[in-house]
Write a protein that binds this ligand. Structure first.
Ligand code: GLY
Length: 566
């Protein structure tokens, strides 16, 4: 008997220790009194925390995290791609930085059409797929305007991680192994991202990136010139020439990130500041919230058939407008105030019926001028001890971009050109049908779904939100917000609760497999929804701040995310 009890106690002990290890790995929410950093990867979160403890503010930490993610999350964290930053400083000022890639100067509207046919491989898996990278310019610009620390200090932890290496998690090893066949097509990518002995990566393998460390050192020493001219530029242009790409010295020299005004929208007692176009997320989230403002969502119940039906119809309408109206605001006139107008969005819901769907074929964009007054990204969120808040989403577009590493420089290039409309009516890699407003033109930025967002209540920051996941970024960010504000979910639930997604075309209601009960699915089918189970709908890495100022770092358990703070 004694033996049995002792055996049971040992089992309970092992189970408890393992569960704790599991919790630590899957990154459940943690609360901190002073400052918090949430990213998709634990080393990057630790780097952010260290910079904050060295006297850096949230912007210093964000820049350090971006460079660290370029080392520890090569799938999406990067220096060969672009992204968006939204910030709110302790004096209440808000700002948004657009460091999205731009089309090269030699890009043309029909560059992905050959013999009259759209060639998706060109916009996704070729050197032509790369836009001019914006990350390095963006990080330096953010640091110069808002940071406290020098570039060399914030980039140093990334250099160390690249030079000395870090141990791969199971997920990181799988991600690299999944793409091994594609990496093998390019000498540089094979060298950097597959093992010399040709065996697959294992959890715990030390991953060292010496050439990337040298590129980061050049950026540290020379700033912008360490990337956009000199040796790194030579290596980018050589890679382009070798594989038929068109990014030139002139593209690199002329690349500029841009400060823009965030889009502000309100819902209940909350104000949201979201990345403006060329992000489509701001307009879409604002439209969806405005369309829902007269409905009692709480009464409908979380993920009930009625709730999912209503919210899906709202998503459908917002994404139909996205397809038609949105593009780079430096190139196309976006009827922004009309799209954000309450009457416009309520009018769009006139065709909504509780008992049936409005099919996507029967619905198109609206007429906002009438109301006009005039699979892969990464999100990180930071709040420092003074209350400065930063939300950043950054990407190479596809997982590991176009899989082409710059030879001798150690980093991957993006395949962001696929976010343009290659041909009206043809879906991009996310199935999005887009319009002329988003067609390719030299120096134009491709439309994005990345939606970094800061939420305030009574003028104090209450949430820092955003997600990875192509168009699902928009709907995941939107649902995290609704989960917290409408249903009062705690910081962990708000991120981990099952999500759904509709993007107008294809006319499918995507849902996380175990997120809707069988009878809910039945009811939705009866109304005419075409249900499609889907793996993970977005990965959110959010911060929620409670009434007492306690900061909850809430990584998404759908990935390797981690919160760090003090
Ligand atoms: N590359 C995905 C996005 O920007 O929406």
């Amino acid at each position: 008997m004694k033996f049995v009890i002792r055996f049971l106690l040992i089992l309970i002990f092992i189970f408890t220790v393992q569960s704790e290890a599991l919790l630590a790995q899957t990154g459940w929410a943690k609360s901190y009194e002073n400052a918090v950093v949430v990213t998709a990867e634990k080393h990057a979160s630790q780097v952010g925390k260290r910079i904050l403890q060295q006297g850096g503010n949230a912007v210093d930490a964000a820049v350090a995290v971006q460079f660290a993610l370029a080392v520890t999350e090569p799938r999406a964290g990067n220096i060969g791609g672009g992204g968006f930053m939204v910030l709110r400083m302790d004096d209440g000022t808000t700002n948004a930085l657009d460091f999205r890639e731009r089309a090269p100067e030699q890009a043309t509207k029909d560059m992905f059409i050959k013999d009259g046919e759209y060639k998706p491989d060109l916009s996704r898996r070729s050197a032509l797929a790369s836009g001019v990278p914006g990350v390095v310019d963006g990080m330096i610009k953010a640091l110069e305007r808002y940071g406290n620390l020098p570039l060399e200090t914030v980039i140093e932890p990334a250099i160390q991680l690249a030079r000395e290496g870090y141990k791969l998690t199971w997920l990181q090893a799988q991600d690299l192994n999944d793409k091994a066949e594609e990496f093998k097509q390019y000498r540089s990518s094979r060298r950097y991202f597959t093992k010399r002995d040709k065996t697959p990566y294992q959890e715990g393998d030390l991953f060292v990136q010496k050439d990337l460390a040298k590129t980061l050192e050049r950026i540290s020493r020379m700033g912008r010139d360490g990337f956009y001219s000199g040796l790194t530029a030579d290596r980018i242009v050589n890679t382009m020439e070798e594989f038929g790409g068109i990014i030139s010295y002139s593209d690199l020299k002329n690349y500029e990130s841009k400060w823009r005004d965030p889009v502000k929208t309100s819902f209940k007692d909350y104000d949201l500041y979201i990345m403006p176009p060329p992000s489509s997320g701001s307009i879409a989230i604002a439209q969806m919230l405005t369309s829902l403002e007269n409905y009692d969502l709480k009464e409908l119940g979380f993920n009930s058939a009625k709730y999912v039906h209503l919210v899906t119809e709202v998503m459908r309408r917002a994404f139909a407008d996205r397809a038609h109206f949105l593009g780079d605001p430096d190139f196309v006139r976006i009827p922004q105030s009309g799209l954000l107008d309450s009457a416009y969005n309520h009018d769009r819901m006139q065709s909504f019926r509780w008992d049936t769907v409005t099919s996507s074929n029967s619905i198109s964009h609206g007429d906002p001028l009438k109301y006009q007054e005039s699979n892969e990204t990464t999100q990180y969120s930071i709040v420092d001890k003074n209350g400065n808040a930063v939300a950043v989403t950054t990407t190479l577009n596809g997982s590991f971009g176009n899989k082409i590493a710059v030879d001798g420089a150690g980093f991957l290039l993006n395949n962001e050109m696929d976010d343009f409309t290659a041909q009206p009516g043809e879906p991009n890699m996310f199935g999005l049908i887009q319009g002329k407003a988003n067609s390719v033109a030299p120096k134009k930025r491709m439309l994005s779904s990345m939606s970094p967002t800061i939420v305030t209540k009574n003028d104090s920051t209450r949430m820092v939100l955003g997600a990875a996941g192509g168009p699902r970024i928009i709907t995941a960010t939107f649902q995290s917000f609704l989960n917290r504000v409408v249903f009062g979910m705690d910081p962990q639930q708000a991120n981990s609760a099952p999500r759904f997604h509709h993007q107008w075309m294809p006319d499918k209601l995507y849902y996380e497999e175990f997120g809707l009960s069988p009878d809910t699915r039945e009811k939705l089918k009866e109304k005419g929804h075409k249900l499609n189970p889907y793996g993970n709908i977005g990965r959110t890495h959010n911060i929620y701040i409670d009434n007492n100022g306690l900061k909850y770092g809430s990584p998404d358990p759908r990935g390797d995310g981690a919160a760090e703070g003090y």
